[in-house]
Design a protein. Structure first.
Length: 435
């Protein structure tokens, strides 16, 4: 572990790779790596104090996509733990709206939760999201720390040329670099991973493990997050207790948070509590009462999440939360995304032919891969009053005098950060079936 990693009490690493194939092609070339030079404009700040209906639709739609994707993936996890970053998949797919053939743009926008939004508006909305998520506004006040590192890139073979229009938009609105690579060279992986490390302050390494032999391009997104709790758990109060895993009882180390005033939600389905990070954003812990955690994730929606956020109260009580570490390798997301309506995988129609590369070669997506890891321990704290527009009111909200939220059975979690247009923008979701 590096020194930075040792100091990080919260560490999340998400790597999503979208493989872009052409019908035929050879990846020969004389050079190794060549970054396409484009002059980037500044990320666009949200229109503070003004309504931006298109940007709000895009941001809210990204959360809806997050829940739909998580629900699909959670159906197949069995008794395993699970973590994914829907945003790490949503962001490069949003960029590909600019490269999709005209007849496929509407379907792709609908799949991303942005039906009817012009591509110029989704680009602006993505730029505003990144402005908020990377804490750009904090630079105005002299103190700047961003716990969230986001890297986007498209790596194209040396025998093809990325279109200038796409390269410019990808950089301006998605902070994505366009890079030509000799995929046939054994040194190409090292060159690409070195680029990723240099563009993430050394926090993101080993971005790409291998290039597929027939790939014409690879679009990659990596997210690395680390932060401390705003209100720390006391390690002296951590104790070993029984955890009721689906596969049988096991033991885990439970952290205690007890206070007269904590943000808390309860209804007939769940108990929920937001834990805040010191630099903004936080993590919701959501404990189902009767359903399994996988059933909860399969049925939860962005509307229900907004209901939870809108109906938080300040209550006295205690939380017992196990320390946990999870790694997930979400392979072959193609089928899941096809079921969600992403129209870019058809080899015969080649829906990325007109907008991605200059050469007259049929282009389509062949697969999507993601790796994710999370570690949670005592170095952090909770106490955030999160407000948002009122959501639906379908559940029975229970009065709370003195609550106990004991996470000794499977639960779900949602890591988010705040954006002006989207409120709590979801970065990743997960299930702890066994700490």
């Amino acid at each position: 572990m590096t020194l930075k990693n040792k100091l990080a009490v919260f560490v999340f690493l998400f790597i999503s790779v979208i493989l872009v194939n052409c019908i035929s092609g050879d990846n020969s070339g004389n050079g190794l790596i060549d970054i396409v030079e484009v002059n980037a404009i500044e990320l666009q700040p949200p229109r503070y104090g003004e309504q931006d209906p298109a940007a709000e639709t895009v941001a809210v739609g990204a959360n809806a996509f997050a829940f739909r994707l998580s629900a699909m993936l959670a159906r197949n996890i069995g008794d395993d733990n699970f973590v994914c970053s829907p945003y790490s998949i949503w962001l490069p797919l949003a960029a590909l709206v600019n490269a999709a053939d005209v007849q496929y743009k509407a379907a792709l926008l609908t799949a991303l939760g942005a039906a009817g939004i012009p591509e110029a508006d989704i680009n602006r909305a993505a730029s505003q999201m990144l402005y908020d998520l990377t804490k750009m506004r904090a630079k105005e006040y002299g103190e700047y720390h961003n716990p969230l590192k986001i890297v986007n890139a498209i790596f194209a073979g040396n025998d093809v040329t990325i279109k200038n229009d796409f390269a410019q938009i990808f950089m301006d609105c998605y902070r994505g670099s366009s890079i030509n690579v000799d995929f046939s060279s054994p040194d190409a992986l090292d060159a690409v991973n070195q680029w990723a490390s240099e563009n993430s302050d050394g926090l993101i390494t080993n971005l790409v493990q291998e290039f597929p032999p027939l790939a014409v391009a690879v679009i990659a997104n990596a997210i690395y997050f680390f932060d401390r709790w705003e209100w720390k758990f006391d390690p002296e109060e951590t104790e070993e207790r029984i955890f009721h895993a689906p596969s049988g009882e096991t033991t885990a180390f439970f952290m205690l948070r007890e206070s007269y005033s904590q943000a808390y939600y309860e209804d007939d389905r769940v108990q929920a509590m937001p834990l805040s990070f010191s630099n903004g954003g936080g993590m919701y812990i959501i404990l189902p009462k009767t359903d399994s955690a996988a059933e909860l994730v399969s049925s939860i929606s962005d509307n229900y999440f907004e209901e939870i956020r809108a109906n938080l109260i300040q209550a006295s009580g205690k939380l017992l939360l196990p320390r946990f570490s999870i790694e997930s390798n979400n392979q072959n997301l193609k089928e899941t995304l096809e079921m969600l309506g992403v129209p870019l995988f058809d080899k015969h129609s080649a829906p990325l032919t007109s907008g991605l590369i200059r050469e007259d070669t049929p282009v389509y997506l062949s697969d999507v891969l993601q790796k994710a890891a999370i570690h949670v321990d005592e170095e952090g704290t909770t106490a955030a009053a999160v407000t948002s527009m009122a959501g639906r009111a379908l559940s029975i909200h229970r009065p709370v005098d003195n609550f106990e939220m004991i996470c000794d059975k499977p639960f779900m979690f949602i890591l988010f950060d705040h954006t002006y247009n989207g409120g709590a923008q979801i970065i990743f979701t997960g299930i702890v079936n066994k700490p």
